[in-house]
Design a protein around this ligand. Structure first.
Ligand code: FAD
Length: 443
């Protein structure tokens, strides 16, 4: 990094999760100093931590997200690989029971590196903190924004206030990037200055996850296997994911109000009700290495900050704070990395933070449409024309996937956000979708 390319003085990033660490790396290319603050007491090798309760659940990184992280942290994939997590072809290493049969085990050209959320975070944290202009202040609880009021235009955020090791502290900054995740208090931080609360959209399939880590990868078959919930017929799903250090993460999922149990017997019994025995068989052959963790009411929520009247100068929010998704579609970390990667280009354009929030909305739009269209199948009465058309189309397309590897490859590239959903409207796909229906292979 050349010193004269650093055009700005000081940026503060609130939150050292995936979005915060990616944002820190991106900002370090344009700011003299980047200070990341987090309320958790984070050590270099911190694993599960209070501020990221979702870290106990599977965190599957889509290929597009891995590519965005690689751009922010060059050599990241190779580093993770050297630490013992190979890069696999998604089509060879992951197999899911679709409503009409197993997904084909075939090369897709889509690569994945299955590792746990805490492990990924340790790599990102180490890389971000290796940058000589990035500092992490832990045990720093941010309570609000410091704001210079303006009578005409938008207000100007000048920094943050909080408690560092229990002591009241103010940090001044030219830019504050808020990445405090799902539990973000951003609306309160705005309303306490007399500003309006942002409008939100929420669509919930009332998804529940219960997860537990075990010793050992699956004994047979691919590293990742299971049956996902599928609207509107399959309320129960479950999968086992082989991860780093020869561990396996079992995840049970429920949708539309189906609650996965957290007691030993209930967990095992739930696995026996899935449409495939792979999770049940794995559980009976492997020893757990931790408790069962459950998270309920997982929904999709989008704060419409790009429509906020007079969005403050000097403030950006990104990651789950702005938009989170039903995690079944595994989009959150990818969207966070893509948003962070957009920061340097925006800074070079010298436009307003409001314009950047619009840019973020464009990144969110497609994954939001994909996640919510699928989830609205649980509540068809609430679904608009677009969601209804998407259900109709997918209901006709999905039955063909088990028997058509090329179609599955195309479908997977959309899921991994490598290609636009419009690719599923190509003439060859349309011919299949509008042609004779595929025979059902399993219930
Ligand atoms: C159950 C579940 C499963 C998921 N599975 C996947 C998956 O398979 N694939 C995928 O891509 N995504 C998944 N996600 C989404 C993923 O966790 C997030 O999208 C991603 O981590 C980006 O989050 P973030 O960095 O914005 O927030 P977080 O990772 O939640 O980080 C927020 C950070 O802010 C800190 N913080 C909060 N408040 C304050 C404060 N006041 N002061 C200082 N610090 C503060 C916290 O300590 C934390 O470190 C899943 C989410 C859930 C809930």
């Amino acid at each position: 990094m050349r010193k004269n390319s650093l055009q700005h003085e000081h940026a503060v990033v609130v939150g050292a999760g995936i979005a915060g660490l990616c944002a820190a790396a991106a900002l370090a290319t344009r700011f003299v100093r980047v200070t990341v603050v987090d309320r958790d007491d984070i050590a270099p090798d911190s694993w599960f931590r209070r501020g990221v309760p979702q870290g106990h659940h599977a965190h599957y990184l889509l290929e597009r997200g891995a590519m965005a992280m690689e751009d922010l942290f060059p050599g990241l994939r190779a580093e993770i690989k050297a630490a013992g997590v190979p890069v696999h072809d998604f089509g060879i290493v992951a197999r899911f029971l679709l409503p009409t049969g197993w997904s084909p085990l075939h090369e897709t050209g889509i690569t994945i590196q299955p590792l746990s959320r805490p492990y990924l975070e340790t790599f990102l944290r180490r890389r971000a903190l290796a940058l000589d202009n990035v500092t992490l202040l832990t045990d720093f609880h941010v309570d609000g924004l410091n704001l210079a009021r303006s009578h005409k235009g938008p207000h100007h955020v000048r920094g943050i206030r909080g408690r560092h090791n229990g002591q009241a502290v103010d940090l001044t900054a030219n830019l504050v990037v808020e990445t405090t995740g799902r539990g973000s208090r951003l609306p309160r931080w705005l309303t306490e200055h007399g500003l309006p609360a942002p409008r939100e959209r929420e669509i919930s399939a009332r998804v529940v996850y219960a997860s537990r880590i075990y010793h050992g990868h699956p004994d047979s078959g691919p590293l990742i296997q299971g049956a996902l919930v599928y609207a509107p017929t399959r309320r129960r799903g479950g999968a086992v994911l082989g991860m780093e250090n020869d561990t396996g993460l079992v995840i049970l999922a429920g949708a539309d109000g189906e609650l996965c149990p957290t007691d030993e017997e209930g967990f095992a019994a739930y696995a026996t009700t899935l449409p495939t025995p792979v999770v049940r068989d794995y559980l009976s052959a492997h020893e757990p290495c931790g408790p069962i963790h459950r998270t309920t009411n997982l929904s999709n929520r989008w704060r419409l900050l790009h429509r906020y009247p007079k969005w403050p100068h000097g403030l950006i929010a990104l990651g789950d704070s702005v938009c989170y998704f039903n995690p079944i579609y595994a989009q959150g970390m990818t969207v966070a990395a893509l948003q962070a990667a957009a920061l340097p280009g925006w800074l070079d354009g010298h436009t307003t933070t409001r314009i950047f929030q619009h840019k973020l909305a464009r990144i969110i739009r497609t994954p939001w449409l994909m996640a919510t269209s699928a989830d609205l199948a649980w509540a068809p009465r609430q679904a608009g024309a677009t969601a209804r058309a998407a259900h109709w189309y997918l209901d006709r397309l999905m039955p063909h996937l088990p028997a058509k590897p090329d179609l599955y490859r195309r479908f997977a590239s959309v899921q991994h956000m490598r290609r636009s959903p419009a690719t599923l409207l190509a003439p060859s796909v349309l011919r299949t979708v509008l042609g004779p229906a595929a025979p059902p292979l399993c219930p």
